[in-house]
Design a protein around this ligand. Structure first.
Ligand code: ATP
Ligand code: MG
Length: 331
């Protein structure tokens, strides 16, 4: 069977958290041997859809690159690059606008959540974000998109955009498949377990950053919101405990049922301690490698530069085909 063409993006905003690690980064690392190629993009163009500082954007971009490398992405086995280095993403965004309706974008949950009450003041970029995301993936004719559960709707839209493009202009684009992890597709905020852990929303105490020191990780899990019961079982009425079970299952590399039986009869306190220790251990190898990688910005630039060249080599012919079909350029 042909290997999948994998594409996924991660924003360089703020600091990356355990939800990103479990929902996305973990899948990237696994994907580099399954995918041919496996393409991972640090989506700085997406990051400008909310208020940001240009100096900080650049810093966070290096942070995110170093986190991905420290987590196990190997530039020899994947394509790792900065979105803004490859102009094809912006160009295809505009071209795909013609097969995207205002109503499509109006239905997107992420926009409603992120824009909140200030919808009129939200940037047009925030509204338009899903078209850029569609272009990111479709420019590579990717067949598989590993993301967290929150991106379901955006992937569904990009599939629809690809279908409409193909129906209107001929089969130039590939309709990609969503890939979300079986366990950990939606890690919740430890303080507000009804909400996903998030870079831009979310509570500070409830967001475990992948670069948090062990003492901080222990503190955050120690104060995680649970419920008044005492059973360590998954249930819709127990979002806090369910979330902790998912996190522990991933950190230990086991399944949720194994965690439930291990903690049968033990209290929430011991359980939370076990989750904290497992997460500290889970993140340690990445954290150890991070500092060294982050300190060498020239090397990070070099790696991103090579990645951008490889990315362009794939996207440029796709764009040429799209342009041609859409009636641009001379006859
Ligand atoms: P923001 O909240 O500002 O959108 P984010 O935390 O969602 O930021 P992104 O860079 O947008 O971070 O997302 C990168 C990847 O992480 C995406 O694939 C997304 O689906 C995944 N992801 C984000 N939050 C979670 C979460 N709580 N649980 C599992 N996966 C997540
Ligand atoms: Mg997001």
């Amino acid at each position: 069977m042909a290997k999948p063409i994998i594409f996924s993006g991660i924003q360089p905003t703020g600091r990356k958290h355990l939800g990103n690690y479990i929902g996305a980064i973990r899948q990237y690392v696994e994907g580099q041997d399954r995918g041919d190629p496996a393409i991972f993009c640090i989506v700085d163009l997406h990051a400008i859809s909310v208020a940001y500082d240009p100096v900080e954007l650049r810093e966070r971009l290096y942070d995110t690159t170093a986190i991905l490398l420290a987590a196990g992405l190997d530039p020899e086995r994947c394509v790792l690059f900065r979105q803004s280095d490859v102009r094809e993403h912006s160009e295809l965004t505009w071209l795909l606008s013609s097969v995207t309706s205002h109503g499509d974008l109006n239905r997107m949950h992420q926009f409603k959540e992120k824009a909140g009450k200030e919808r009129e003041l939200a940037s047009a970029a925030l509204f338009y974000y899903p078209v850029l995301m569609a272009a990111d993936v479709l420019a590579y004719r990717a067949t598989e998109v590993p993301v967290g559960d929150d991106q379901r709707q955006h992937v569904e839209l990009m599939r629809e955009i690809a279908r409409r493009f193909n129906a209107r202009f001929g089969e130039a684009l590939v309709v990609p498949e969503l890939r979300i992890p079986e366990v950990g597709a939606r890690i919740m905020d430890l303080q507000e377990p009804e909400r996903k852990m998030s870079t831009t929303g979310g509570t500070e105490q409830g967001t475990v950053l992948v670069l948090d020191e062990p003492s901080k990780i222990r503190k955050k899990f120690g104060s995680a919101v649970t419920d008044s019961g005492r059973e360590v079982v998954r249930s819709p009425e127990k979002p806090g405990i369910t979330n902790l079970i998912d996190i522990l299952a991933v950190a230990r590399g086991t399944d949720q049922a194994a965690i439930e039986s291990e903690f049968e009869g033990s209290g929430y306190g011991d359980f939370k301690k076990a989750v904290a220790e497992a997460v500290v251990e889970y993140l340690a190898p990445m954290q150890e490698r991070y500092a060294e990688l982050r300190s060498d910005e020239a090397e990070l630039d070099r790696i991103l530069g090579i990645g951008a060249e490889k990315a362009r080599a794939i996207a440029a012919p796709v764009l040429a085909d799209v342009r041609e079909r859409m009636g641009f350029g001379s006859a």
